[in-house]
Design a protein around this ligand. Structure first.
Ligand code: SIN
Length: 547
């Protein structure tokens, strides 16, 4: 499942755009890269939906940065490393914590609505941070506030050309170098070759691979899948972070996140018997790192034979809860729940992909001309377990670095790239056409039940057999967004299951029922995947010089 497809579309006229820098993705990483690069270069920013349909937009907790009194990048470094369970890249973490405070201060200039009291920024606390260091906006509406501010900066204040509703089918590569991307316009169905000297992949995560997720509908892992097809190294795919407190009620399309900041402000976790259980698992109680909280919840749910525990904020002031957590309270109200007076049913939910496209500390991937930033990237800062609220920070810091680095490609290739012309070879798939919706239901069912939060060898082996069957059965005569997404999700789901089976230990967010301990001797290392050269996207994604 490595080749990209443009079935039945290959004879169509291709539109064409050319940029110095092409940014794929409209979350914090994409917009930061686009706004920064547009100070010097012609920039195209492509988003699959709108700037509001991103994981960034849904972020509640905030952004971690060592800006408070008594805090320091050194303390933030230690907390990040400790949470990362032995797999953080120390150089990358040093970059994150040292450059983070300046990037956050710059963001505050663009986004004036970060929460303050008497002119002083308010810092929240979240799990495994040794002191309060999370800046937030609109209480728990950090993502939407930051998105509005960055979108305004991108639309008004800079020369970013924004294209919404553009689904990226594949990266364009020529002789192993990335030259842009082929996209499908979701409004008119047109195909466009977006040719660029530099491409920045900022397409976010892949929570939809599990179906039950806090991520938006666009989080189908397309970026990792296409980078893999293009020959980029990807790693740590088995490290899928489940957030402890997703709302556990049926019938939600995107699972309502109940921010960790609530526990930071004193909310408790209780089991079905009404007992607080976290202090028996970790002295930090509800503010232990996410992996530890999830393990404890799973143990408790198993013991009690339930599928959820409860979050209890009933001892906190009702008026203050409403003011500090307006998004959570409004979301719960839609389900007939009241944070101030009721226990809220919660269960771990797929939230964040720690693994992704391997980059160095400048965001460079292993494919020349291709950068990656944000959730799609694996910079190494999260190790085996991401520290809460380090993700928006990662996007800010590393996209800024990408902007500072891109000259190396733009300068070297000059006008050549813009003059290249391309053919896309036909790649029609023939046979009975499958139903993308049905394929997706099968895939997410397998991932949720066999590759979920607690893993076992037999389940993972079964998952691989079932995913293999699905892959060999699937045939699409006509390709659209849903079909491309299923193929990408299958690629990613299969690799997640393979890596999860290989890693015979429990580390960070990767929990093996049959290997409950950390095994430093064998597994204090990454699992990195790279397609052999002859399997790389030589087909549709590969562009060829005419003549
Ligand atoms: C949350 O608000 O709990 C999510 C923050 C994060 O995932 O970093």
């Amino acid at each position: 499942m490595t080749r990209p497809y443009v079935a039945s579309r290959a004879d169509e006229v291709l539109h064409r755009r050319s940029f110095d820098v092409l940014v794929l993705g409209g979350g914090i990483a994409g917009m930061t890269a686009a706004i920064g690069a547009a100070r010097r270069w012609r920039v195209g920013l492509l988003t699959q939906s709108t700037l509001e349909e991103t994981t960034t937009f849904l972020a509640q907790g905030g952004i971690a940065a060592a800006i408070g009194e008594g805090d320091s990048p050194g303390l933030h470094f230690e907390d990040t490393l400790k949470a990362g369970a032995g797999l953080c890249d120390e150089e990358a973490v040093r970059v994150l914590v040292n450059e983070g405070p300046d990037r956050v201060r710059e963001l505050m200039e663009i986004c004036p609505r970060f929460d303050k009291v008497d002119g002083q920024i308010v810092l929240g606390r979240e799990g495994a941070h040794s002191l309060p260091r999370i800046v937030h906006a609109g209480g728990d509406a950090t993502g939407s506030e930051v998105t509005s501010a960055l979108a305004e900066a991108a639309r008004l204040g800079s020369r970013v050309q924004l294209y919404e509703d553009e689904f990226v089918i594949d990266l364009l590569t020529l002789e192993g170098r990335c030259m842009g991307a082929l996209t499908l316009n979701l409004a008119d169905g047109g195909l466009t070759l977006n040719v660029a000297m530099v491409t920045v992949l900022a397409t976010g995560g892949a929570g939809q691979v599990y179906g039950r997720t806090t991520n938006p509908a666009v989080a189908t892992g397309d970026g990792v899948a296409m980078a893999y097809r293009a020959g980029a190294a990807v790693r740590d795919l088995e490290f899928v972070q489940f957030h402890p407190t997703g709302l556990a009620v049926p019938g939600q399309k995107t699972v309502q996140l109940i921010t960790e900041a609530l526990r930071g402000e004193g909310a408790y976790l209780r089991n079905a018997a009404g007992e607080r259980f976290m202090t028996a698992h970790d002295p930090r109680g509800e503010l232990a790192s996410r992996d530890i909280v999830v393990r404890a919840m799973v143990a408790e749910m198993r013991r009690e034979g339930t599928d959820h525990v409860f979050l209890d904020a009933t001892h906190l002031d009702a008026g203050w809860l409403q003011q500090r957590f307006p998004s959570v309270t409004a979301g719960l109200r839609e389900h007939g729940l009241d944070l101030a007076t009721q226990l809220i049913p919660v269960a771990p939910v797929c939230h964040y992909f720690i693994g992704g496209v391997v980059t160095d500390v400048w965001g460079r991937t292993t494919v020349p001309g291709l950068y990656a930033s944000g959730e799609v990237a694996s910079t190494g800062v999260h190790g085996a377990n991401r520290l809460a609220s380090n993700s928006l920070l990662e996007g800010l810091v590393f996209s800024d670095r990408v902007v500072r680095d891109v000259d190396r490609y733009i300068g070297r290739l000059g006008e050549d790239v813009r003059r290249l012309s391309f053919d896309i070879p036909e790649a029609v798939m023939r046979g009975r056409s499958s139903d993308a919706g049905e394929a997706r239901r099968r895939l997410t069912g397998i991932m949720q039940s066999e590759v979920g939060v607690l893993r076992r060898r037999e389940d993972l082996q079964k998952a691989l057999v079932e995913l293999g069957e699905l892959t060999s059965e699937i045939r699409f005569d006509v390709m659209g967004e849903a079909e491309y997404q299923v193929l990408n999700m299958l690629t990613l789901g299969t690799q997640i299951a393979k890596c999860a089976l290989l890693r015979e230990e429990s580390r960070g967010v990767h929990l093996r029922d049959d290997f409950p301990d950390v095994d430093d001797e064998r597994w204090r290392r990454h699992i990195t995947l790279r397609l052999p050269e002859h399997e790389r996207s030589e087909g549709v994604g590969e562009v060829r010089r005419r003549g």
